[in-house]
Design a protein around this ligand. Structure first.
Ligand SMILES: O=C(O)CCC(=O)C(=O)O
Length: 285
């Protein structure tokens, strides 16, 4: 991936060499109003391990309020092992509640994404996930594994998993395999000693590359573990959730310009995403 050049929608080039990325990270931090040194530090950890835990990025109280709004929407157990038979999820979240929006467009997360993905990256999916006691481990996977491209390669997506409850070693904290974003086509064993639980207090977030092997851990505690996860993908890749159909224009109008862009009211300059030959944002006017 060294020296790969991306074209930004203003026609400039985004350089992925170390120096180019550092300059790009500083510009992204400045644009999003966040600490450039923090962005640099987080990016270097992401590049080394494939993920980083950002402790207490939002107050616990915000998560408590979010939980009160989202919990009543979690009404159905999962339909298979991957969703989790003792796990409840909601999809099309923005159509049902705007409570998770501040997680999706958090400025620090956007600064990281600005550096890792091309301009006008998209939201690929957004879910709330509640893992109940007795749930077993989710099958290990990497989030961009459904794109039919062999590894090793650059990630096509990145994800956040926010702790709405505390994530502990026994309540289903996400298990990650540090460094596995650099692997070829091999897979980790389900009982691999390399599996590391993302233990973190409520309000924290684990940011992971789409190439990192991970999965929800088993919940051997007596309490549910709630999370919200947002996945983001390159603007040329198909989103997992079909937001053109899943999220109405009325709901999109209630979102920030950043989320509107990520739902698809944006262009990959010059030709991907237009509507009737024009910018899709016009549909929200
Ligand atoms: O809930 C978690 O900790 C991880 C969930 C996950 O990776 C997924 O459903 O794709």
């Amino acid at each position: 991936m060294a020296n790969r050049l991306y074209t930004n929608d203003d026609g400039s080039l985004k350089n992925e060499t170390a120096a180019g990325q550092s300059a790009y990270a500083a510009a992204a931090a400045h644009r999003r109003g966040v600490d450039a040194q923090l962005v640099e530090r987080l990016l270097s950890e992401i590049q080394r391990n494939g993920y980083v835990i950002i402790p207490e990025l939002l107050p616990r109280q915000t998560m408590t309020e979010l939980k009160a709004e989202v919990l009543p929407l979690l009404t159905h157990d999962g339909r298979n092992e991957f969703e989790g038979l003792k796990t409840r999820r909601i999809y099309s979240v923005i159509e049902k509640t705007l409570a998770c929006n501040p997680l999706v467009d958090h400025p620090l997360i956007l600064a990281l994404l600005d550096t890792l993905l091309m301009n006008n990256y998209l939201l690929s999916q957004l879910q709330a996930i509640n893992i109940y006691p007795g749930e077993i481990s989710q099958p290990l996977h990497h989030d961009d594994g459904f794109y039919p491209l062999s590894r090793p390669r650059a990630p096509i997506s990145a994800a956040t998993i926010w702790a709405i409850d505390d994530f502990t070693a026994d309540n289903g904290a996400t298990l990650v395999v540090p460094g596995s974003h650099k692997w070829g086509d091999g897979q980790p064993d389900a009982d691999s000693a390399e599996l590391t639980p993302a233990v973190m207090p409520a309000g924290s977030v684990v940011f992971l590359l789409g190439t990192l092997w991970h999965g929800a851990g088993p919940n051997d505690s007596g309490q549910p573990r709630m999370a919200a996860t947002a996945q983001y993908c390159e603007p040329w890749a198909r989103q997992q959730e079909n937001y053109s159909l899943a999220i109405s224009r009325e709901r999109a109008r209630l979102c920030s310009p950043e989320i509107q862009s990520m739902l698809g009211y944006s262009l990959l300059f010059p030709f991907i995403g237009f509507v009737d030959g024009r910018h899709p944002k016009r549909l929200l006017e």
